[in-house]
Write a protein that binds this ligand. Sequence first.
Ligand SMILES: Nc1ncnc2c1ncn2[C@@H]1O[C@H](COP(=O)(O)OP(=O)(O)O)[C@@H](O)[C@H]1O
Ligand SMILES: [Mg+2]
Length: 313
Amino acid sequence: MNNILSISHLYKTYQSGFKALKDINLEISKGEIFALLGQNGAGKTTLISIICGIVNSSSGHVFVDGKDIIDNYRDARELIGLVPQELSTDSFETVWNTVTFSRGLYGKAPNQAFIEKILKDLSLWDKRHNKIMMLSGGMKRRVMIAKALSHEPKILFLDEPTAGVDVSLRKDMWNLVKILKNNGTTVILTTHYIEEAEEMADRIGIIRNGELIMVDNKLALMNKLGKKELTLELQNPLETLPRELDIAGLSLSDDKCELTYRFDSKDEDIDIAQLLQKISNLGIAFKDLHTKQSSLEEIFVNLVNSEAYTDEV
Ligand SMILES: Nc1ncnc2c1ncn2[C@@H]1O[C@H](COP(=O)(O)OP(=O)(O)O)[C@@H](O)[C@H]1O
Ligand SMILES: [Mg+2]
């Protein structure tokens, strides 16, 4: 079996009656970097908390490397490292002791060389003798990651790893994920920063109001949903858009100096050459032309705001 994580028909209704997860089905293969993308309140932390055994599901199944997280909790949990969204690190302990202790909690034999490597990867080595409570927020977050990695988990969960952290930590985090990927560790991260998903993930799942509405390879997602944009910089400003160019998706910029045409990149009826010919027949000259593929950010915003969506909560 190649899947390190298998989720089927997972539901969560909180005691308040709130349906936080609805029929989540997801398979993650070994070594994959998966980004769970969704706005605040979408259900990301709930999903991770269930997988990690912190929150009980209402129904459904989760297997970690074939081990049921309820029937085989200890074995499943040992395979998981979790960096929670909320940090709890007001500790008098040193960085070194904290990370070493955490490894011990999972019954792993001490391995100083391994802990040293993690601390170095996370730029924490110089701080190993410092008390955690004296560290900056960014450093504390690194400690949380070191703790989560201390028992050599096969799958690491990063819940909003870079929310509110500085740029250097964000870059370090991206590097760390690359190192982990090379080691064969599976990484599942949640974020509402699209840029982050775009940068790191192999595959992306979009969660909206407790439903996983789309799971796809990053590039496929962009191709499938992407709109293209063709912009013509005009030689001379146009007063108004000529009637002949009253075409869906075509617009004149506010400064009257650009014509922009937005179209579906997979629509085979679109004939750009014909459009350009039409424009030039109208005596409209342009000095430059460029095209742009819509970013994941735009795709995401479109999806989340799509009219097809009816809020049943
Ligand atoms: N203990 C709880 N009781 C009731 N509702 C909760 C509880 N925890 C979370 N929720 C609700 O479930 C939804 C999903 O929350 P969460 O999983 O934290 O979302 P995300 O991590 O995507 O921001 C939110 O609307 C939140 O208010
Ligand atoms: Mg959350």
